[in-house]
Structures are given as structure tokens and as C-alpha cells.
Write a protein that binds this ligand. Sequence first.
Ligand SMILES: Nc1ncnc2c1ncn2[C@@H]1O[C@H](COP(=O)(O)OP(=O)(O)OP(=O)(O)O)[C@@H](O)[C@H]1O
Length: 683
Amino acid sequence: MGAGGAASQRTQEARRQERLLREQWQAARRQALRWDTVGEGEQRVLAQLLVLTARGWRLLVDRRWSRTRTADAHMLLVGPGGVFVVDVTAGREPAEGHAPGLLAATKAAESAVASLGMSPVAVQPVRVFAGQRFDASLGRIRLLGEHEIGPVLLSQRHRLRAESVRAIADHLERVFPGYAGSAIDQQPVPAPEPHRPGSPDGLFDLEGLRDAALEGARRAPIEQWMTFLHPDQVALVRRNWSGPARISGPAGTGKTVVALHRAAHLARRTTGRILYVTFANNLPRVQSTFLKAMAPAVADRVDFRSLHSWAQEFLQDRGVPVRLHGDKAETAFSLAWKNVGRASRLAALDPAPTYWHEEIDYVIKGRGLTRFEEYAAVPRRRRRASLHRTHRRSVWELYEAYEALRGERGVHDFNDVLSLALAEASRRREGPPYAAVIVDEVQDLTLVGVRLLHALVGDVPNGLLLVGDGQQTVYPGGFRLTDAGIDIRGDRGQVLRTNYRNSKQILDAALTVVADDAFEDLDGLRTSGRRDVDLTYHDGDVVRVTRPTAEAHDRDLLDALRSLPEGARADTALLCPSMRAVGHYQRLLTQAGIPVCQLEHYDGRAVDAVKLGTYRRAKGLEFKNVFLPRHDTVSGHGTPAGTPAGTETSETARERAELLRSRLFVAMTRARDLLWLGSVTTR
Ligand SMILES: Nc1ncnc2c1ncn2[C@@H]1O[C@H](COP(=O)(O)OP(=O)(O)OP(=O)(O)O)[C@@H](O)[C@H]1O
């Protein structure tokens, strides 16, 4: 269809909508007149809401808020846009919030729908001001004028299907029965009278309603998980925790989903800001996109940040000078290795300077150690090389040489940024005013990083929530939460066990890779690599392709990508173990005319391009189709990533292979329905 044809069809649809609305409005006006206990303004508001009932909404007026005495609101509205607890007033917009009755009614409604698995993000309090025009928010309450209420509700993104609207409204009707003899009973809007030109519509804005109805229909419905969760997950979202809490669980068990709903829930319950932090740079963009879709009203009070970018900004705001310079710091380490490390006993344990650089990054600086005696005694979690005191002395000398050379150059490394921020946060406890801090993928952080985030909120109730899974550690080293002074007790430590993402075939393939890698989680518990997980049934495929040459392998990969159904690229990722491999596949796909979107630039919105990035960059994400070319070799090391534990000889090589298997496991568990595993074997 040409653009002109589409435009004229839109105009026709708009006219039809307007005619229909006018008829529905007049019928609703007559029905609202029966609500004779209120003034004319309130009747007009009611009439507008009755119009919605002709468009798939259910209106429950004059409820008995049986569960709580303080609850008080005029009506409940349930429709495609969610559940709205509505209060109508003839007054003006209040300067300060004094709506405890409305908030208590909202809480009661949230509790009532929680048993159906509905998240509190889908329940919203609204106060409508008869005879007024405005659109504002006061805390979590949306304040709307008589003109705005209809259009705002109609243009909400659709989150409930017709059958859910029915089921939820029926349930709410049972939980909060109407007073006998309510002035307005739920009944269909009566048949309309023909429109008489020039008849007054009062403040009713037909055009606004018409546009909103069209807008609501045009915008795609939001994902199911943005409204409905398992009732156990909803309970976690709404829980009151007396101090820091932790949610753990294997890959794909809904940890991030719960964390996002909780962020929205906390943002509504407080007037402060919520900080939602991850280690990776790309995840905050994606998570922010999701939150904006599921809880737009509070999205601007949740700061999605990567830890280092947040810490740098925090230091800048506090006037603390930082000179982060990764390359110069790297050069300082190379020199230190040349001057001090290479000839030391460390080279005999592992001649690759990387291992010792990691020792400094993750064990010494990552844990904030400043004295040799501390380092000499520290348990080096997840580090395989057994270091005697003399070895540790050599590492410490290397560390001191590095620090001296770094200092000479006047630069900081990434660990320094976090240590400076921790010192600053501990020194001055004023601001930033976070009501809560949520840390996703907490296992990726260093001990100093976790201490820093803890310092922002301390142990206040509902202040700190740590979300993560030790099995998905993709960086060396590790720590226990108790090392950070965080005490998670009783019901403040929760484990999710149902995998909602991966098909059984995919999860089995992924678990095989790490089956022999028992790991220690952040709570210090040793856990087997092959964990028990409940699966939600859905079908999926693992496709294994083995070819004798890299060229034949890549040809098969391109064929498989080309044969994806129309539109599937938007939900497809190609993941690689190294940046070098990413470069190779970027060129290959581009030459083949397959559009590519680097994971660095992906923000969670659908784009018709294959997402391309490293295994590490894919942390926390998921895709319908995941392609892992040459998944069983890792360029640069020549170390097989898919081989079982124990086949490597040196301790450091075993540790490296284990970490590579963890990364591969993370990459494999990103796949929902299709996992393509490519290999090249010359035999
Ligand atoms: N109650 C639920 N019903 C249906 N799907 C759900 C439910 N909870 C979560 N999901 C879906 O499960 C998938 C995994 O969720 P999520 O990304 O939150 O898991 P995760 O535990 O954070 O995973 P990972 O640790 O692997 O990053 C998502 O597609 C999410 O929409």
C-alpha cells in the first residue's frame, strides 16, 4: 500500500473512532447522572471512565476496602493498561501529598492481585481533579485533570489481554465487594443516541481521547514478564527486608526480572532515588529500556549505571581528582614486570604476566589490601596457584613496583577509582540520596566495589539488594559477602530455582561444560557445577556443526544465519570468546551483507541486525537464537574451553581453563530456543 493510501485509511479510522466515542460519551453521561451523591464535575469524570468500559475496561465503584481501615478510594479500573486505583475530587491540585487513603487502597489492591502473579508495577494510584486540566505526579500518585484522565488511560501500553482484564476484575470484585446499592453498578454503556451537531460536550475532549485510543492500539503490548511473575517472585518484589538482602539462583531463573520489578516497586514506595548497578557498561542501557517500558512513571527515579562510570562521577561531584588512564597504567605494569617480575620466582609458576597482573587487580587492589601482612594471610578465593609466603613476597614486590611506576606517571587504574570512591563515601556520608541500591551480577564486582555500594546505604531496611550467581563468574578471583561486612541472614537470602529461559536441550549442553567445576558462591557455600534446576517446558535445539577447515565452518555459519526466518535477526546473537574473533566475524558478516549491531551499542530495543560481541559482553542478556562459532577453542591461548576440568597440568592453566568454561557457560545460557555450536577439527 502506498503512503497516500495508508494516510487516508488512518484518517478514516480516526473519523470512525471519533464518531464511536461521541456516541459512547453521550450514553455514559446519562448513566453517570445516576451517581447523584456527587457534584457535576465528578459525574463528568465518571462518564469519561464509563466510556472506557465500552473499550475493554472494567470499572468498580464504591468498594469496601475490607482489608484495611485506612484504605479509601472511589474506584478501581482494570483495563489493557493495568489496574488503576482512582480517587476523584472537586478540589485543586494539592501542593503536598496527603493521600494516605488512596495509597493504602493501592497497597490493598497490590496485595489482592499478587496472588494472581501480578507485579505491583501494574497497579497505579490516580487522583482525578474534576474541572481541572493538568498532568503531574506526586510521589507515586499520578495527578490528572478531568481532560487528561481518559486519554492517559487509553494511551497506556497494553499489558493485559481481555481475558486477564476479566479475571483480575472478577477477583478484585470478590476481594473488595461493592456497597449494596452502589449508585453505579457495572453494566454495559447503554445504546447511544444519534449525535446532534452543536450539542455541548463540556470539558470532554473527543480528539484527545480518539488520538489516545489510536496510540494505545498502535503501541505493541509490553512483554508478559513486565506484568506477571510467579507469585513467589512477586513476594520477593514486595518483601520488607530488615537489612541487606541477596537473591541468587542459576542462570535464567528470573533474578534480573525480580530486581527490575523491585527497583520500580521501591521507587514508588519512596521519594528517593534508586541506584541500579552492574559491572558491565552495556547492561544499564538495556535494563533502563526495560524499566521505561514496564514502569514509565518511576523510570526517571532509577539510575542505571555501570559501577566505574558511577564512581567516577561521584568523585567528580565531590571534587576528588581522578586521572583514570588504563593504557598508561598498563604500561606501568609491563615495566614493573620487566624490572621486577620476570626474573622472580613467579615466572616459574606462570611465565605469563597476565596471571600476576590479575593477582594485583583482583586479590590485592580488588580487596583493598595495603599491607603485605594482610596479603600474606588472605584466602585467595578461586585462585588456583598455591603461593607460599616467599611467592607472596614476590607478588608484593611486583605490586609495589607497579604502584611506584603508576604514581610516577600520575595516573589511576580502575581499582583506584573504586578505592578513592570508597574512601570518599566512608569519609563523608551525606548524599547522594539513594533510598536503595540494587546490584545486578554482583559476582563480577571486586570486594572494594561491593564495600563501596554497601557504604552508600549501609544496613538500612530495604537498602541494599545483591543479585547474582557465583557460577557465572567471568573474572578471576572472588570474595565472600562476609569479607565485605555484609551479613545476610534468614529470609534475606533467597534462591530462585526455576529456569524460565533455556530449553532443556540447551541447559543440558551448557551444564555439561561446567559439570565438573564445583564453585564457591558469595555466601561461601560450595556448590556442584551441575545444579538442580526446575525447567519450564519449552522446546529448543542445540545444533552442532563440525567442519575440517575454518572456511567451511564460517560458510556454514553464514548459511545458518541467512536461513533464519524473516525478522529473527532482531533476536539473534553471535558471541565470541575474544575481541579478535569479534573483529573477524564483524568483517565476515558485513561482507556477506548481514547487518550487525555490536553489543556495546545494543540498548534492548529491537533492531534488525545480528548482535555481535564477546561472551563477557553478553552477561545478563538473552536471545532467541545464539551462535557460538568455534566455541571449543579460545584464540590467543590455544586452551580448549570446552574440555572437562582436570586435563590441564599447571595450576594456573587449570584456573584459566575453568574461567573460560564459565564464560562459555554464560554464553550458552543466553540462548532461549536455538544454540548453534560451531567447531573446527582437522582430524
Ligand atoms: N515468572 C516468569 N514467567 C515467565 N518467564 C519468566 C518469569 N520470570 C522470568 N522469566 C523470564 O526468564 C528469562 C530469564 O530471566 P532473567 O534474565 O531475569 O534471569 P536471570 O536469573 O537474571 O538470568 P542470568 O543469571 O542468566 O542472567 C527472561 O526471559 C524472563 O523474561
